[in-house]
Design a protein around this ligand. Structure first.
Ligand code: ATP
Length: 593
């Protein structure tokens, strides 16, 4: 129920910008409802007038005065009302589409803007596919529900109320007969919908499992091929696929049963109306022509009355999906934004020292990862972080750039806490080269100039030269204008990292954070990366996560991390002399080099 109210608030928030469209929609809903419920009255009148005409015509005494004027008039009115009703429904459908398209557009924009404001914590904690699903399936479900269910819910309820009022105005007895079966119909629809929902949910869950399996298999295709496991993979896929088939079949059967069932109920109801109306005519309770007119009118009412019941019940699943979608989007909108300190200090660059002082940190409150780490680096120095996997190297980097905040202790730049520096100033002065370098769609040029879009060609070439990638780029047929898109795999992992280094060099950061690529790069590329790293590090305050120890022999300081603690610190020579963990690590690695 809480989900339901949250969804109402969610939609109200987006709809309030379209007050005019919604007001027009409400007006046209009322007009079309009136036209829809009035048309059967004219149909009944036409039949009644035809009956009256026949009575007069078949009586030789009155035959001469018989005319069909009233019959024609009622018929004409019916046609006019039906045409106006069609026009009204058409305008309603345009208004609905407009409001749906614009408000879903606003939701999408809001969601994308929110993503850009959110903390790295959110992206670390959620898989890409899960985040993407907010933009795809959730927004699609909301759009479909708006177009086919939400507005219809109101227009169908209005229609139902309109029909009830009109029926009671025409004949109280027949009105009661028509609506008497409503509780039974709603009960039957409720049972069918509950079953259908169970299987539709199951179907979605099975499709989710199957997609997860396919995703995993695509990512692991090389391992599958290497191990000759293609047939086993197909067998596993068939199991998933079969579960999807079974759930889909049951879901569709139960969903599909509702419409014919309601149709049947409506026809039975019509038969009851005819029977009751017929007996009223035969008993002589009403003049025959009037009774006949009423029967025809209520036949139409009976069918119309079941239309909203069928429509509302059959769109229930769609509404449910929209409520779930709204709940999930709300979940994203409620996430914390990155906060820049109020009156944040405008940091203009490192003048003396970067210091992590007795830092305690955990990604979750109940699990501390860094246990009182102290590392200092003087301006222009290079610190290398080494340590076994999971020791906390990347976590230290995450704190330097304020992707996360420390739990205790502090990270300071020249004595200023990073939490007091405006985020913009902080990010302007910190450059990061990640292990998995990312290229964006565009050109080689736009990728290098990503952090400085107004860079001149000379600046871009100089950065690429320092990053040792200029010659390779020039060897491509389109040089710096080479297009980069999803399918473009011209660049190896090593080359991507070189591009990433060029991108960072161009922004000329004060503090450099560099996570060395671990993937198997060939020795030539490795030497190039080494040279590029030397160029970008030279004279710059830098933190480097080194996976190959020979890359950090010249580091001003090597910090050895283990289980979230600093266990050794010093220069390469000092640490070798200590004959501790680092010395062992270095000796072991040299054996394999
Ligand atoms: N986003 C996260 N949420 C929760 N725990 C995390 C997250 N990122 C890392 N951890 C945990 O923090 C610990 C330190 O991880 P970290 O990535 O800093 O190690 P690392 O030394 O950089 O390892 P590697 O050399 O493998 O990259 C690990 O136990 C890891 O499971």
């Amino acid at each position: 129920m809480a989900d339901f109210w949250n969804a109402i608030k969610f939609f109200a928030h987006y709809f309030k910008r379209y007050k005019l469209g919604l007001t027009l929609l409400a007006i046209f809903t009322i007009i079309s409802t009136y036209l829809q419920v009035k048309a059967p009255v004219f149909m009944g009148n036409a039949i009644q007038e035809m009956g009256n005409y026949l009575v007069v015509k078949l009586n030789p005494m009155t035959a001469a005065s018989a005319n069909l004027d009233k019959f024609h008039h009622a018929l004409l009115m019916m046609v006019i009302f039906v045409i106006m009703m069609a026009a009204g429904l058409f305008i309603m459908s345009i208004l609905q589409s407009l409001v749906s398209a614009y408000s879903v557009n606003d939701m999408r924009t809001g969601l994308f803007a929110k993503m850009q404001r959110m903390t790295i914590r959110y992206f670390d904690a959620h898989q890409d596919g899960e985040i993407l699903a907010r933009f795809t399936s959730d927004l699609d479900n909301i759009f479909n529900a708006m177009n086919q269910a939400i507005f219809q819910l109101f227009s169908q309820l209005a229609l139902m109320i309109g029909i009830i009022i009109m029926m009671f105005k025409q004949s109280t007895d027949l009105a009661w007969v028509t609506i008497a079966s409503t509780p039974v119909s709603i009960l039957i629809a409720g049972v069918v919908i509950a079953r259908a929902r169970k299987f539709v949910n199951l179907q979605q869950a099975e499709v989710g499992h199957m997609n997860g399996f396919i995703n995993e298999q695509i990512n692991g295709e090389k391992v599958i091929i290497t191990n000759g496991l293609q047939a086993a993979s197909i067998d596993q896929f068939l199991v998933h696929n079969d579960k999807v088939r079974q759930a889909t079949f049951k879901g569709q059967v139960w969903s599909g049963i509702l419409f014919p069932l309601m149709m049947g109920m409506s026809l039975v109801n019509t038969a009851i109306v005819i029977f009751y109306g017929g007996s009223m005519a035969l008993n002589g309770d009403l003049p025959r022509a009037t009774a006949l007119g009423l029967i025809v009118m209520f036949m139409s009412f009976s069918q119309q009355y079941y239309q909203p019941i069928t429509n509302i019940t059959s769109t229930y699943n769609m509404l449910q999906l929209a409520v779930t979608g709204a709940h999930r989007l709300n979940g994203v909108f409620e996430q914390a934004d990155e906060v820049s300190p109020e009156n944040g200090q405008n940091f203009t660059g490192i003048k003396e020292q970067v210091l992590l002082d007795d830092v305690h940190f955990g990604y979750h409150a109940d699990k501390e990862i860094l246990h009182g780490i102290t590392i200092s680096v003087d301006k222009g120095q290079m610190v290398a972080l080494v340590g076994p996997t999971g020791s906390g190297k990347t976590t230290v980097m995450n704190l330097l750039n304020r992707f996360y905040d420390v739990n205790a202790g502090s990270v300071t730049f020249d004595g200023i806490d990073v939490r007091d520096i405006s985020l913009k100033a902080l990010r302007d002065h910190v450059g990061i080269v990640l292990q998995d370098s990312v290229l964006f769609s565009g050109t080689v040029r736009s990728n290098i100039a990503f952090g400085k879009p107004d860079a001149t060609d000379e600046e871009i070439y100089a950065a690429a030269q320092q990053a040792n990638i200029h010659d390779f780029i020039m060897s491509l047929p389109d040089g710096y204008d080479t297009k980069i898109d999803d399918e473009n795999s011209v660049f190896s992992t090593g080359q991507k990292q070189l591009m990433s280094i060029a991108r960072t060099i161009l922004t000329d950061p004060d503090l450099l954070i560099l996570d060395e690529a671990t993937s198997n790069v060939d020795t030539v590329t490795e030497a190039k990366i080494q040279k590029a790293m030397d160029n970008v590090i030279s004279g710059r305050t830098s933190f480097v996560i080194a996976h190959r120890l020979k890359t950090i022999l010249s580091a001003d300081k090597i910090v050895v991390l283990k289980d979230g603690q600093v266990i050794e610190q010093g220069t390469h020579a000092e640490l070798l002399a200590q004959k501790g963990f680092y010395a062992e690590l270095y000796t072991n690695q040299m054996v394999f080099e």
